[in-house]
Design a protein around this ligand. Structure first.
Ligand SMILES: Nc1ncnc2c1ncn2[C@@H]1O[C@H](COP(=O)(O)OP(=O)(O)O)[C@@H](O)[C@H]1O
Ligand SMILES: [Mg+2]
Length: 254
């Protein structure tokens, strides 16, 4: 696997949003959202339910058009197709295809790429091993627990070797132990491949454990209320006094 950053990328923001606005009919959902995410950065998005977090991810993924404002991804303004292909999106629901085996679900994203069946299969299996599901390659989605399905969804997102990973409350259904296991996995894969990650969470502890910066949004219409840079070394253990103090502080602010 090789999707390291070139010198070009270091100067170019992974994601740049400038004055994004979005309404659904009379309902104004996003107001003047401007944010620059650097390559390799991990940014958490926190805000009350309905403040437009999923809408913002949908806009970045080019599933929705903003009413106003500019978006550039990997330097390509307004989402040129070639660069969008390097975005992976882990939706709020796992969206596994029930009629496909776990392996075939993970390999799904590779089918759009020019790659033979055995290569797809090998890549899918390697990614399943990363998320600890090698034994379930031939299982069906309905045979897996919610937590295991989330891990499959993560594997499916990462198998395409994205440069940018968008995740919408990715681990909210997991039990605490599996969740922290997944946090470790995300950090490990992020470090290995320099992926840029923008993720939505309700969980301040999750944001502090994973993120370089935390973006706090205001209730609808969603605006950026504040941005907090986390200057903590990794790995971040929630019970570590410095980390838990940061979590406590942010809970007060949120
Ligand atoms: N396709 C849509 N059509 C109409 N309203 C929508 C649509 N998508 C989202 N909304 C509304 O926009 C608001 C923000 O939604 P969303 O981005 O899902 O919020 P969040 O993810 O922060 O909970 C909500 O009030 C929601 O009902
Ligand atoms: Mg949402």
């Amino acid at each position: 696997m090789n999707f390291h950053l070139s010198a070009h990328d270091v100067k170019t923001p992974a994601i740049a949003l400038n004055g994004i606005e979005k309404s659904f009919d009379a309902l104004k959902v996003l107001e003047n959202i401007s944010l620059v995410v650097s390559p390799g950065e991990v940014v958490a998005l926190i805000g009350t339910s309905g403040c437009g977090k999923s809408t913002l991810l949908n806009i970045i993924a080019d599933l929705l058009q903003p009413d106003r404002g500019e978006i550039s991804v990997n330097g390509a303004v307004n989402n040129l197709r070639s660069d969008r292909d390097r975005i992976a999106y882990m939706f709020q629901e796992d969206r596994l295809l029930p009629w496909r085996s776990i392996r075939a679900n993970v390999a799904f994203g590779l089918e759009a790429q020019h790659m033979d069946r055995s290569t797809r299969r090998a890549k899918a299996d390697a990614m399943l091993a990363h998320v600890g599901l090698s034994d379930f390659a031939k299982s069906w989605p309905h045979q897996l627990s919610g937590g295991m399905r989330s891990r499959v969804a993560l594997a499916r997102s990462l198998v395409v070797e994205p440069r940018i990973l968008l995740m919408d409350e990715p681990f909210s259904k997991l039990d605490p132990q599996t969740r922290s296991q997944m946090h470790g996995e995300v950090i490990r894969l992020q470090k290995m491949h320099g992926i840029t990650i923008l993720f939505v969470t309700h969980d301040i502890e999750e944001a502090v454990v994973l993120a370089d910066r935390i973006v706090m949004m205001s209730p609808r219409p969603g605006r950026i209320r504040s941005i907090k840079t986390l200057d903590l070394s990794r790995p971040r253990i929630p019970t570590d006094p410095v980390v838990s103090e940061q979590i406590r502080q942010l809970r007060v602010e949120a």
